[in-house]
Structure formats: C-alpha cells, structure tokens
Write a protein that binds this ligand. Structure first.
Ligand SMILES: C[S@@+](CC[C@H](N)C(=O)[O-])C[C@H]1O[C@@H](n2cnc3c(N)ncnc32)[C@H](O)[C@@H]1O
Length: 206
C-alpha cells in the first residue's frame, strides 16, 4: 500500500537531480559534527530518518561507522542512494517506510533526522513520530533533529512545514528527552537562497 506522501516524494526524486533540490548539501557538516559529539563506538547502530538521497550514510561509513540504516518514505530516494554507493564492503541497511508507522526492529544508539520532522503538520503524526523515536532509541541514545528554524521557510518542496526554536522542539519530544545542545545554521540552497535550520541534539532519559 502506498503511504500518504510517498507519491509526492517519489515524484520529487524521479524528476529532480539530487544536487538540484533545495535541501541538498555537498557535505552534511553540521550533522557529522553533532554525530561525533555523541561519542559513539564504530559498531553503535545509527539510523538516518528521512535520509532521502543524502550523502550522510556514505560519509558515516567513510568515517568508520559500520552499522548505518537509512529510512525513507520514498523508495526512489533509497534507490538513488544505493545506486550512488555501488557495491562496497560495508553497506547501509535501507528501510522504505513512513516514520510515523515505524516499529524499530532493534534499539539504535543514534537517530538522525534532517528536514523530515518539520513536514509533520498534524499533531497526531508528530505524536506517532515521537512514539516511534522513543521505541527506537536505547536509553542514553542520541536524537539529532534538524528542522527549519524560526526564520526558516514556511514551505518546502511545495508542502507546508512547521518551524521550531529549540524550546518548541524539546516540548514536542517531551520529558523523555534532554536537550544537550542546539544551534541555528544557515543553509545555502543550490540556487543560492539562504534557509535557517535549527539543529538539536537530545539525549534519551532512562
Ligand atoms: C527535505 S528531504 C531531506 C532529505 C535528507 N534528510 C537531507 O537532508 O538531504 C525530506 C525527506 O524526508 C522524507 N520523508 C518525508 N516524510 C516522511 C515520512 N513521514 N517518513 C519517512 N520519510 C519521510 C522524504 O522522502 C525526503 O527524502
């Protein structure tokens, strides 16, 4: 069955080159900085939620992390990642699924999401996302979530988004997560526009 939104994202990934989309980054510098700050071991499991066609998984493997999973609603996005990676000794695992329906088969040490959560404009979907996150992350695990910041765009890829400051994002996640650090970062799109992103790293309380 096609999940809501899947057709939209599959269309985006079949009609636009990876480096043309507004969220494209050559190197996910801020994400990698926050992942390093989590102090994981090389074998600790990491999941990139709404990973799309991002190079993050590839760069994590290059940095020596060996257990990387990419989850995305769009099979086309994941196909692109697989194609770009080609065969390599250690591959990421790929999960094609709506994060709001995700039942993690294992406990992850780190959950990363850049620019997926902010598309959840319905409160029930955000609650389902937080439930999925809580179930997926082990105690003391890290959740790195990047959304548009308070001055970021109101829409992306033709869809409405919600913008957050750190307090509002922390409130969405609830008491089970402690905010460890946050910063606002300007992203330059391939067309030269600037977009304000909020990056937060949370630690799951026991
Ligand atoms: C703006 S893109 C960001 C992609 C990637 N994280 C990056 O930074 O390059 C948003 C991604 O989230 C995915 N997505 C949107 N809603 C989702 C959902 N409910 N569950 C899983 N993935 C979703 C889309 O397919 C898309 O790949």
């Amino acid at each position: 069955m096609t999940a809501p939104g899947q057709e939209h994202w599959d269309r985006v990934y079949t009609t636009r080159a990876a480096a043309e989309v507004s969220w494209y980054e050559t190197h996910p510098v801020k994400s990698l900085e926050l992942i390093r700050a989590a102090g994981l071991a090389a074998d600790d499991p990491i999941i990139d939620v709404g990973g799309g066609a991002s190079v993050l998984a590839e760069e994590l493997l290059d940095a020596g992390y060996r257990d990387v999973t990419v989850l995305d609603l769009s099979g086309e996005a994941l196909r692109r990642q697989r194609e770009r990676l080609g065969p390599r000794p250690v591959m990421p695992s790929f999960i094609e699924q709506d994060v709001t329906r995700f039942r993690a088969p294992r406990a992850y040490a780190l959950w990363h999401d850049r620019a997926a959560f902010h598309f959840l404009v319905q409160a029930e979907d955000r609650q389902r996302y937080v439930d999925a996150l809580r179930r997926a992350l082990r105690p003391h695990g890290h959740a790195i979530i990047a959304t548009f910041g308070p001055s970021g765009p109101e829409r992306c890829s033709g869809l409405d988004v919600r913008r957050y400051d750190a307090a509002a994002l922390a409130a969405e996640l609830g008491d089970g997560f402690e905010l460890a650090e946050s910063s606002l970062v300007l992203h330059r799109t391939p067309r030269g526009a600037e977009q304000q992103f909020l990056y937060c790293r949370f630690v799951r309380r026991t």
